[in-house]
Design a protein around this ligand. Structure first.
Ligand code: AMP
Ligand code: MN
Ligand code: MN
Ligand code: MN
Length: 272
């Protein structure tokens, strides 16, 4: 069985519509899929409750911060109609809008005119994010690529990396748990924390109700999988896996395109 519990659609910064995503997942042999757009569950409004050839698990990827680091927490197997999901996604969308205005102001000071208005034009629904600013910077020729836009303007520590608007980690976890979902720390190695800082993050995460980590996130090295599965075991966490698919490209894993979870961990789906 292939479980892919992390993916994005056009309702956040993915390139495929929800239906295109589901169809590609089926073609790739995925048995269980979670669509986990950034801070929104709007994709599920475009999907049926169930499909013959694939099982859907409702999910979301919340943005938040821990100390000074921007982090992402997946809510898996959440109840879409719950008050908590409703409130959580609404407040996070509002936070996105305020943040985008601030990113716009900061870019303006760097000589990028009308950045907010232009990014807004490029966005749909409740999601407006750094990828839209990146696209605008590419469109006006300030940078040659999205990667370059992040490197120069939007990535960690750069002028457009604004983190302070999000609900805090404990609030995010509370929303997920109130929606009867499982809170999973997404891609733990992407934050570039030292081993000891990552362990400290996991300790706080667990203390405030976090239940799992992504042991496999897209294509990764065997030693990374081994390291994360050991951490998972040591800290008694559940293990999740997913592609974090955004678009068909060499840079992202395809749907279902990642190594299996090792045997020494308890898969998060045991609790679904
Ligand atoms: P935001 O949700 O506004 O914080 O934007 C974060 C999103 O930008 C991530 O989910 C990625 O999809 C994308 N992203 C982050 N870093 C890069 C990068 N270096 N190049 C391209 N896209 C990136
Ligand atoms: Mn993204
Ligand atoms: Mn993420
Ligand atoms: Mn993601």
């Amino acid at each position: 069985m292939i479980f892919d519990l992390h993916s994005h659609t056009t309702l956040s910064d993915g390139e495929l519509t929800p239906l295109e995503l589901v169809s590609r997942a089926i073609d790739n042999g995925v048995d269980v899929l979670s669509v986990t757009d950034h801070d929104t569950v709007d994709a599920y409004h475009e999907l049926a409750d169930s499909y013959d050839s694939i099982k859907l698990v409702a999910g979301v990827e919340f943005s938040t911060q821990w100390e000074n680091t921007g982090i992402h927490v997946l809510g898996l197997n959440i109840e879409l109609e719950s008050e908590a999901v409703n409130t959580g996604t609404r407040l996070q969308s509002e936070a996105r809008l305020e943040r985008a205005k601030l990113i716009g102001e900061k870019l303006e000071k760097k000589g990028v005119e009308d950045a907010f208005a232009e990014a807004r034009q490029l966005s749909i629904g409740g999601y407006i994010g750094r990828p839209h600013f990146a696209q605008h910077l590419v469109n006006i020729g300030k940078v040659p690529s999205l990667q370059a836009a992040f490197k120069k303007y939007l990535g960690a520590g750069k002028v457009g990396d604004v983190k302070q608007h999000w609900a805090d980690l404990s609030q995010i976890i509370q929303w997920i748990r109130d929606a009867n979902g499982i809170a999973v720390l997404a891609h733990p190695l992407k934050y570039k924390l030292t081993n000891s800082k990552l362990k400290r993050l996991l300790d706080s995460f667990i203390q405030i109700g976090g239940q799992g980590i992504e042991v496999v996130s897209g294509r990764q090295l065997p030693q990374q999988t081994q390291y994360l599965s050991q951490l998972c075991e040591q800290k008694n966490l559940l293990a999740s896996c997913g592609s974090d698919f955004h678009r068909p490209s060499k840079h992202w894993a395809d749907l279902g395109g990642f190594p299996p979870l090792p045997d020494n961990v308890i898969p998060v789906w045991d609790r679904f």
